[in-house]
Design a protein around this ligand. Sequence first.
Ligand SMILES: NC(=O)C1=CN([C@@H]2O[C@H](COP(=O)(O)OP(=O)(O)OC[C@H]3O[C@@H](n4cnc5c(N)ncnc54)[C@H](O)[C@@H]3O)[C@@H](O)[C@H]2O)C=CC1
Ligand SMILES: O=C([O-])CC(=O)C(=O)O
Length: 283
Amino acid sequence: MGIDVVLLGYGAIGQAVHRMLGAHDGEVRVLGVLDRASLADPDPAALTARTTGPTGPAGPGSGPRVPVLDLATAIERADLVIECASPAAVRAHGPAITSAGTDLLVASLGALADGRLRAVLEAGPGRCHYSTGAIGGLDLIRASAGTINAIELRTRKLPAALLHPGLPGALRSAITRTAESGTAAPVFSGSVADAIRDFPSNINVAAALGLAAGDLDLVAVDIIADPAAAMTRHEITVRGEGGNYRFGIENFPDPANPATSALTARSMVSGVLRLAGCGPHFI
Ligand SMILES: NC(=O)C1=CN([C@@H]2O[C@H](COP(=O)(O)OP(=O)(O)OC[C@H]3O[C@@H](n4cnc5c(N)ncnc54)[C@H](O)[C@@H]3O)[C@@H](O)[C@H]2O)C=CC1
Ligand SMILES: O=C([O-])CC(=O)C(=O)O
């Protein structure tokens, strides 16, 4: 009994998920990891170092060991691939996984803002599951799909958590100015598609809200860079025919990656346990 899983991505989330699944090894077996950084260097010593917790709080060499797998082996052996890498990884590997009949759990939901990719992943025969990630309330929003008029997402993060190499120059300057001034300031206002384009690994929660509501265009996104933000905050306001809802979510960042809320790994573990049949299930 139980399910066999592979981690696609072995950074902050992947390592935290691996550690937490250690308490459930009767229900979920972690067969290995598929990570760009590990696959780029086939030296066994380097792979071992990279798969024993190099960035996690446990430090190098002290985490649980796990083999590095290639995509073909991962697809052949796993019941479920747990994606916690990047939207690019979903684009690159997602179609091969679900079309081979292996299930996929996605954290980088921004990739699914592309309707064509979503259709390919949904065509199966492997099932594509969406992680609730860094937020909650998605059950209510999903149940309300078709009755929602508008969703607002206001995300507040540390400036350093918003900076990444692909950031357009004007946004980079605005975020850097905020960090230097020490005062919180809005740095982005726009659609889910624009937010995902500018912050691909930072605002997957916006895509999650749109996917749950059944229409990404219902979601308006504001991002505030706040040098004093010890916690990442997502304020979600939903207005619709069935009612109005507000969720305020304050997450501690993952110690290994300040851009990622620590809740994300716990959400993924909760989802995996549910897929492995471990209750209780709220549906
Ligand atoms: N749905 C949600 O609420 C959230 C989703 N995320 C998503 O999870 C992703 C991972 O987050 P962290 O673990 O904090 O990032 P991280 O940067 O600590 O680790 C990502 C790992 O994935 C690997 N990777 C990246 N692209 C890859 C590819 N194409 N193929 C194979 N390996 C690849 C990297 O080498 C790295 O080891 C983020 O990029 C983001 O897209 C993150 C936070 C919340
Ligand atoms: O972890 C968070 O708070 C949100 C995040 O990075 C994302 O949505 O990609």
